[in-house]
Every structure is written in structure tokens, then in C-alpha cells.
Design a binder for this molecule. Structure first.
Ligand SMILES: *Cc1c(COP(=O)(O)O)cnc(C)c1O
Length: 410
């Protein structure tokens, strides 16, 4: 008899976006003629950059020839892409990494979910609340998170609430935690962390021997030059932090699949007897065993965003989304909403009126304005009383959605 991994049974059945889809479908079934606009799901909508398309075509043509055919590539990724990453994403910020500290992935979700395999099951973890659900759920699946209480919190997870009072950057914990997940610019709140604040986290980690998993999936949306794009802009971070990047939001790769993970050689974790073990060779070992590399075509596509044309083109698309964000911020604020984020990230985190919680407001807006947002509480207990709006729509749909919200509230 095969015994199931019963940690899976502790997870709530439904994924947040499945719950939303169910409610939206129920509405559509009752109102078949109404078209609903979604400012909910965090997927991009604009087509790939021409430079990327060209690279994809070229790579596909290479594969059609005897000399150009590629089978399995290196598990860690092709050197052409790892070098382009070092040269474009890190060197200009004064960060010197080695090629073998870069691991190409098939998107950051897999690696942010898998990275916890490198530490023992009984480590304590800390997360910001609200949070991208992958961090906690991947820990639940191997039993590290403990049990879910009635308050929606897992027993072995330290929650660090992010709210308007602390500017959505949580207080440094007053006790030690083994592993901390940080994501800035943040999904879902769209808020950012300053260098000074991030330095406090790195110093905390160095002092307490804490490992930081830093998700930088939205770094390309940063508009303010003073905001850090990488945790390695902070001195000492290469001793305590692993960082995740993704081309999904940077260049519309949600369907192409490519990103990368930085595991510096100086990052270590301890054995029970206190010996320090570097995590870079462990991650390499893990990847070689469980991952056969990102497709050659996707990696060539990613390389193309670092060409001069590619850089201009992906920036245009990011600017396009950020124009939405700006309009959404202005309109929602003029309608009396307290809003956060949206300046260096494609998300706006809006406080719901006193009288409605996250899910109630979601339904009110769906039925009243035919616009979908994401209930904040779906991202964690501290998200109650907020909803997330995404700037990933087309200009036309976004404008129309804002008009509808305006009409609805009149
Ligand atoms: C979208 C997103 C990612 C990237 O996911 P991919 O697997 O690269 O598509 C990673 N982290 C966060 C917080 C995200 O919102």
C-alpha cells in the first residue's frame, strides 16, 4: 500500500484563482450578456518583443539543421545566457558574480518552490504577510509549516504583517528565524523596499545566521533609481541570500518560461555539528538530478532581451503597463480609495471600504461594476480588508474598467 504524503492534505483544496474563477463563472452564468473585465489575475497580456520573436524563429531554424540541432543542454543553463545576465543585470550595479553562481530556470515559480529542499524539514520559516502563496505552500508540502490554525496561520510559520502603518516593509523580527522569504517589488502589494531597509534585513540575517530567499521577479518595474534591483546591492548579502529572477513579468515570458536563480558560493547552511556547507554545489547537485534544463529556444529568447533593440522593446511594454498603473492610482484615489504600490510595480493594493471585507468587496465590484479584482485575504491574513488590482491589462480594457468603477460608485 502506498501511503500518501499527508502534508498535502493539510493544504486548502482550492487555489485562490480557482475560487475567483468559480465566482466569476457563477456571475457570468446568471448574466450571459455582460462582459466582465479582469484586473485580477497576475498574467501579462501584451505580445512578445520583436527581438524575442526573431530569436525564437532563429533558434527553431537552427534546431532544424544537423549542425544546429541541440538536445539536452547544461542543467545550469547555456553560458551565452548566464554571461548576458552577469553583464547586464549585475555588473552595471557593481555586483560581481561568477557564471556558476547563475542557474537558469524555467520560471521563478519552480525554484522559489523547490529551493526549500536545501534546508532541513525542521527549520523555522518567516514570511511577509500578505505573500505570494508558493513560498508557504511549498513548505507545507514537506511538513515544515506545521498545522493551519483557525486564524488562517500555519503553526511553524512566523508571519510578518505588512500594512500601511509599517509602509509594507515589516519590522525586523525580535527573535531568530532560520529562513526568511522576501519579495520586492512585492506581489501582491506592489510596494518596494529601500536600500536602508533591505540593509537591515541583510544585517539581521548575518547576525542571526538566517537564510534569505529573495524574489526579485518584478525588479524590471522599478522606476525610482534609489530602489535596489537585487539584494546583492547590499554588502554581505552574498553570504546569506539566494535570489530569484524571472523573465515572465520582465519580458512577457509567462508562456515561454525562463528565469534564473542566483546561488552565491558564499551562502552556507550548517550541519547539526556546526560544519558550514556551501549551498551552491548542493543546488547544482539538485538541479542535475531533478532538472534537465530550460529549452534552448527559451534561453535564446531570453538572451535577446539584452540586445540593444530588445532592451528598448521590453522597456516599452513595461512603460505601457506602468501607464495603466498610474491611471489606476489616480482614478482610484480620486474615488476615495486608499491605495498603495503601483509606482515601481504593476500592482495596486487598495483598502476596501470599512463596510466590506476582501471577498465581499470583490463580489460587490463584480456585480456592481463587472470588474474583477483579487481579494487581498487570499494572499494571507494581513491582506484582509484589501484588494489587488493589476496593471497588466490593455489600455482600452483598463480605461473601461476604471470608467465602470467610477459609474458604479456614483
Ligand atoms: C509571477 C511571479 C513569479 C514568476 O513566476 P514564473 O514562474 O517565472 O512565471 C515569481 N514570483 C512572484 C512573486 C511572482 O508574482
Amino acid at each position: 500500500m502506498a501511503l500518501v504524503n499527508d502534508h498535502f492534505l493539510k493544504l486548502p483544496n482550492n487555489y485562490l484563482f480557482a475560487d475567483i474563477a468559480k465566482k466569476v463563472n457563477a456571475f457570468k452564468a446568471m448574466h450571459p450578456k455582460v462582459d466582465v473585465i479582469s484586473l485580477g489575475i497576475g498574467d501579462v497580456t501584451q505580445p512578445l518583443a520583436p527581438a524575442v520573436i526573431e530569436a525564437i524563429h532563429k533558434a527553431a531554424d537552427e534546431m532544424a539543421t544537423q549542425q544546429g540541432f541541440r538536445g539536452y543542454g547544461p542543467e545550469q543553463g547555456y553560458d551565452f545566457l548566464r554571461d548576458a545576465i552577469l553583464k547586464n543585470d549585475f555588473l552595471p550595479r557593481g555586483i560581481h558574480l561568477d557564471r556558476d553562481e547563475v542557474f537558469i530556470n524555467d520560471g521563478a515559480k519552480s525554484d522559489t518552490g523547490n529551493i526549500q529542499e536545501l534546508v532541513r524539514w525542521d527549520n523555522s520559516i518567516g514570511v511577509t504577510d500578505p505573500i505570494y502563496p508558493v513560498y508557504i505552500d511549498s513548505n507545507v508540502m514537506i511538513g515544515r509549516a506545521g498545522w493551519k490554525g483557525d486564524d488562517g496561520r500555519w503553526s511553524n510559520v512566523m508571519y510578518m504583517p505588512c500594512n500601511a502603518e509599517n509602509g509594507f516593509v515589516p519590522k525586523i523580527p525580535d527573535r531568530r528565524v532560520d529562513v526568511i522569504y522576501l519579495c520586492y517589488p512585492n506581489n501582491p502589494t506592489g510596494t518596494v523596499i529601500s536600500k536602508d531597509e533591505l540593509r537591515k534585513w541583510v544585517n539581521y540575517a548575518l547576525k542571526n545566521d538566517t537564510l534569505i530567499f529573495y524574489d526579485a521577479a518584478y525588479q524590471a518595474y522599478i522606476q525610482d533609481d534609489k530602489i535596489p534591483h537585487s539584494i546583492y546591492e547590499i554588502r554581505g548579502a552574498r553570504k546569506c541570500a539566494i535570489e530569484f529572477h524571472s523573465y515572465s513579468k520582465t519580458a512577457g515570458f509567462t508562456g515561454v518560461r525562463c528565469g534564473y536563480t542566483i546561488v552565491p558560493k558564499d551562502v552556507t547552511a550548517a550541519t547539526l555539528t556546526g560544519e558550514r556547507i556551501p549551498l551552491n554545489p548542493l543546488w547544482n547537485r539538485r538541479q542535475c538530478t531533478k532538472f534537465n534544463g530550460t529549452s534552448y529556444i527559451s534561453q535564446r529568447a531570453a538572451e535577446a532581451i539584452y540586445t540593444p533593440e530588445g532592451k528598448v522593446q521590453i522597456k516599452e511594454t513595461i512603460d505601457y503597463y506602468m501607464q495603466n498603473a498610474k491611471k489606476m492610482l489616480t482614478t482610484l484615489r480620486s474615488l476615495g480609495f486608499e491605495c498603495y504600490g503601483g509606482e515601481n510595480a504593476p500592482y495596486i493594493w487598495a483598502k476596501t471600504p470599512e463596510t466590506s471585507g476582501s471577498w465581499q468587496f470583490f463580489e460587490e465590484m463584480l456585480y456592481g461594476a463587472h470588474v474583477v479584482c483579487t481579494p487581498g485575504v487570499g494572499f494571507g491574513p494581513a491582506g484582509e480588508g484589501y484588494v489587488r488590482f493589476t496593471a497588466f491589462g490593455s489600455h482600452e480594457k483598463t480605461d473601461e474598467a476604471l470608467d465602470r468603477i467610477r459609474q458604479w460608485l456614483k
